[in-house]
Ligand binder design. Structure first.
Ligand SMILES: [Mg+2]
Length: 193
């Protein structure tokens, strides 16, 4: 019994604040009204497929929209410098971090030092429970889980297995169901944020 309870608590580390189909569904107005000042975002399979290099018009417009809402944008990727830097420059992203080793906290602490926002003023958007959502919960910031851009996401078999395993456990505990998003087409008011 005690063991069951403990694993239930651990599962909460993989629970996003919001679950959306895509970054395109993010309601920036709502985030701003919730006090968010810094939007951090994963790159691969969140903004772009792992085998693509060039940001789409939608990505460029999204980044512009974040800045237009007077929020900061940080690209926060586990990928290598050349790929992250190239993408960031083409997308008009001013602040970007590569080799972040999510879910480890090292780079997150660096961001916090460089951009000293409060925990409740930061949100991280990403497609993976075991990297993005976990790192967000470990440092007590909000998270938005989105469905991966591509079907084949370029992750190792083991990482895919782990991700699927956690999704199944979250569904069993009625915490999160894959494909059951918090919002409809127009975006809601993020009551759970
Ligand atoms: Mg990703």
């Amino acid at each position: 019994m005690a063991k069951g309870k403990k694993s239930f608590l651990l599962l909460n580390y993989f629970k996003p604040s919001i679950y959306l189909e895509s970054y395109k569904k993010v309601n920036l107005e709502s985030l701003k009204n919730s006090g968010i000042k810094l939007v951090m975002c994963d790159m691969d399979n969140t903004l772009i497929g792992w085998n693509e290099r060039i940001p789409t018009t939608d990505v460029i417009n999204f980044v512009k929209a974040v800045y237009a809402h007077n929020m900061e944008f940080v690209l926060f990727s586990n990928n290598i410098r050349s790929r992250v830097e190239n993408f960031a420059k083409k997308a008009g992203i001013k602040n970007y971090f590569w080799d972040c080793k999510k879910p480890l906290l090292g780079k997150m602490k660096l961001v916090k030092k460089l951009m000293p926002y409060k925990e409740n003023e930061v949100v991280l958007i990403g497609d993976q429970l075991i990297t993005d959502v976990l790192v967000a919960n470990r440092c007590h910031i909000k998270s938005i889980l989105v469905s991966p851009v591509g079907r084949n996401n370029g992750e190792s078999k083991f990482m895919q297995f782990l991700e699927n395993f956690i999704f199944k456990r979250l569904a069993q505990k009625n915490i999160l169901h894959e494909g059951f998003y918090n919002e409809g087409e127009l975006g809601g008011n993020y009551e759970i944020l």
